[in-house]
Design a protein around this ligand. Structure first.
Ligand code: ADP
Ligand code: MG
Ligand code: ZN
Length: 622
């Protein structure tokens, strides 16, 4: 990968940072180290000791310290001079003065400086350390520049705030191509067009088609947005500027805007080219009216970006790419036609997409014949490209750990679980009673799922504790891609969530239910609430949206859009839905109590059982 930088980089941190550090160090030195060196050692003695010393002729020079009314005196001369100070006996002043005056050996001076030469001390405490730092800084920076094999930065660019340090890739040098991106066919197609435009602008010009000015990649984290942009850089044989939104966020107001200006200036010189701004939401957030002082800096940066986007002529072949997982937070001005006018969704991969991604990442990994990517893809519904890549890598690591040369299906399965539920906790100690509860709990889930027609089949049940804190879990895998969920399916899902607790109640009694169901409870509630507030699946509220999803791609937090009274009624409904599901689960388990016990005992013995074993026991005639 060859990367061409326009100029040697100035130091990453602004210079002011180093000056502040230097100042602090100097102050510390001054406070701790230098006083003993610079200030005279002044011994405080009692008044009577002072008088004794006067009598014995040891005092050579006396002065009154105006600041604290004490007497300062010197004994000895030259280098042997010792400094003392003492308080004056209040009533004794005049008599003492007379006595001191009459003593020919004592010199009466107006002031005895307890500080060494003030100019010298200033030099030692301030100028020297700063000089020292400057020298060190200079030496270090020379050394670093030498190490990087670059030229000495001139003063001009060490001070060049506001330079956009975008990486510029000239020609296919990111090492990524569209082949490295799997399962995002629509996104690829859309971007391919952009690449094509940059290759053959005439073809488009002949018809009068304009290239989109900006393409915005939106989607959840880890779905390959950054990867796609890199692939574009690899495919397009034009310069590719890549910069992250956060790099525009600067310490000084106006610097972000200056960087934007610089970026577009560079791009204009290199046209045709592509400019990629990753995580654009950092600078592209909605400008909100008012606010005290507000986000002047960010707003300026955004305004500059908007102005630059209007300013450049797309027929010259500068295409802007940007990626974000928070499209809803972007300023509308940024997404209007003429700016980022093409929005390319990069969604979580579907079943086929997941399989394709697994294959792409397995290319460089030695796989056993047993590896069944389709099965892994089925088991990882909802996983992002990044998670799938991680699964392959974890599997490879496991194979190495176990001293094998090939990655097997078992490695893949185990790593799916590791990625979903955390690694196995080998040394977790569960008491036999706890283990029994967990076994019944998990079989409760599985049995409720199996006894309902709308549930996905159970593929695995385990009571091996995981580092994520789960003490066991039941894995259900849909056989094919699911895009819609029916009301019946949601209800059975909620019932399945309540199945674990229901089994505990049934077997151990209501007083012995455990905290192990907390995650189930959370999920069941979430689903029940969504059913009412977002899916319009209740009679009472019909098709009224009571909640809106805030950020679609990041966890999907919701906010209420209804009055407090309605919210209270929603809560009642949520409780009713969950209660109903819970009762259904209890009923199912009660009807199949024999199987519940049989299966739980079997699981207790085996610790992990497959879906087939489970079904075999379930369907066996007693
Ligand atoms: P995003 O920018 O959308 O958050 P990235 O592009 O950084 O995600 O993806 C992270 C990693 O996940 C990539 O480097 C790649 O290894 C893997 N990955 C994600 N999506 C895909 C995909 N569609 N095909 C192949 N690999 C993918
Ligand atoms: Mg990214
Ligand atoms: Zn559970």
């Amino acid at each position: 990968m060859k990367e061409v930088k326009p100029t040697p980089k100035p130091p990453k941190k602004p210079l002011i940072f180093y000056y502040i550090v230097a100042m602090i160090v100097v102050m510390l030195l001054n406070a701790l180290l230098f006083p003993s060196m610079l200030e005279r050692q002044v011994t405080e003695v009692s008044y009577s000791e002072f008088l004794d010393m006067v009598d014995q002729g040891e005092v050579d020079q006396v002065a009154l310290d105006e600041s604290d009314g004490m007497l300062v005196f010197i004994s000895g001369e030259g280098r042997d001079a010792r400094y003392y100070k003492t308080g004056i006996w209040p009533d004794d002043g005049q008599r003492l003065l007379n006595q001191l005056r009459s003593d020919p050996d004592i010199e009466f001076s107006s002031e005895i400086p307890t500080q060494a030469n003030p100019l010298l001390s200033a030099i030692i405490t301030w100028v020297l350390p700063i000089l020292f730092f400057i020298v060190i800084g200079e030496v270090l920076s020379r050394w670093m520049v030498k190490k990087m094999g670059g030229k000495m930065p001139t003063m001009g660019n060490a001070m060049s705030f506001g330079k956009a340090d975008a990486k510029i890739y000239v020609e296919a040098q990111t090492g990524k191509t569209f082949d490295d991106v799997a399962g995002q066919d629509e996104a690829k197609e859309s971007l391919m067009e952009v690449v094509d435009f940059l290759h053959e602008p005439d073809k488009y010009a002949a018809i009068g088609a304009r290239c989109p000015k900006g393409v915005l990649l939106v989607g959840p984290p880890g779905t390959g947005k950054t990867l796609l942009a890199k692939a574009v850089a690899g495919e397009a044989k034009v310069p590719f500027f890549s910069i992250s939104g956060s790099e525009f966020v600067e310490m000084f107001v106006g610097m972000g805007a200056a960087k934007v200006r610089d970026l577009f200036k560079q791009a204009g010189e290199k046209a045709p080219c592509i400019v990629f701004i990753d995580e654009i939401d950092t600078i592209g957030k909605k400008r909100d009216g008012g606010g005290i002082g507000g986000n002047d800096e960010r707003e300026q940066t955004l305004n500059q970006l908007l102005a630059e986007m209007d300013g450049f002529d797309s027929s010259r072949g500068v295409v802007l790419l940007a990626a974000t997982n928070r499209p809803e937070s972007l300023d509308p001005a940024l997404t209007r036609p003429g700016r980022f006018d093409r929005r390319v969704p990069v969604e979580l991969p579907d079943l086929k997409g997941r399989e394709a991604i697994l294959r792409v990442h397995a290319k460089d990994v030695k796989m056993d014949e047993s590896a069944d990517f389709a099965a892994i893809a089925r088991a990882t519904s909802g996983a992002s490209g990044a998670e799938l890549a991680n699964i392959i890598n974890e599997a490879a690591l496991r194979a190495v750990r176990l001293g094998r040369r090939l990655v097997t299906q078992a490695d893949l399965e185990e790593s799916v679980e590791t990625v979903i539920a955390g690694a196995q906790r080998k040394n977790a100690v569960l008491s036999p009673q706890e283990k029994k509860i967990v076994a019944y709990h998990e079989i409760g889930h599985a049995l409720v799922a199996a006894k309902q027609t709308d549930s996905a089949p159970v593929t695995k049940i385990t009571i091996v504790p995981r580092t994520s804190g789960a003490l066991g879990y039941t894995m259900q895998v849909d056989q094919d891609q699911r895009n819609l969920m029916s009301r019946a399916e949601i209800q059975s899902k909620i019932a399945t969530f309540t199945g674990g607790r229901a089994a505990e109640e049934l077997i151990f009694g209501p007083d012995h239910i455990t905290s192990g169901a907390s995650n189930d409870i959370e999920q069941a509630t979430k689903l029940a609430r969504a059913m009412i507030t977002r899916f319009g699946m209740t009679q009472e509220f019909d098709m009224v949206a009571l909640e809106t999803v805030q950020n679609q791609y990041l966890g999907g937090d919701t906010s209420l859009t209804c009055s407090a009274e309605t919210a209270a009624r929603v809560d009642e409904q949520v409780v009713a839905v969950v209660k109903e599901a819970h009762q259904k689960a209890l009923k199912l388990l009660r009807e199949n109590q024999g199987k519940l016990r049989e299966l739980a005992e079997y699981l207790l013995e085996k610790e992990t059982i497959t879906g087939e074993e489970f079904m075999a026991i379930l369907n066996r005639e007693a």
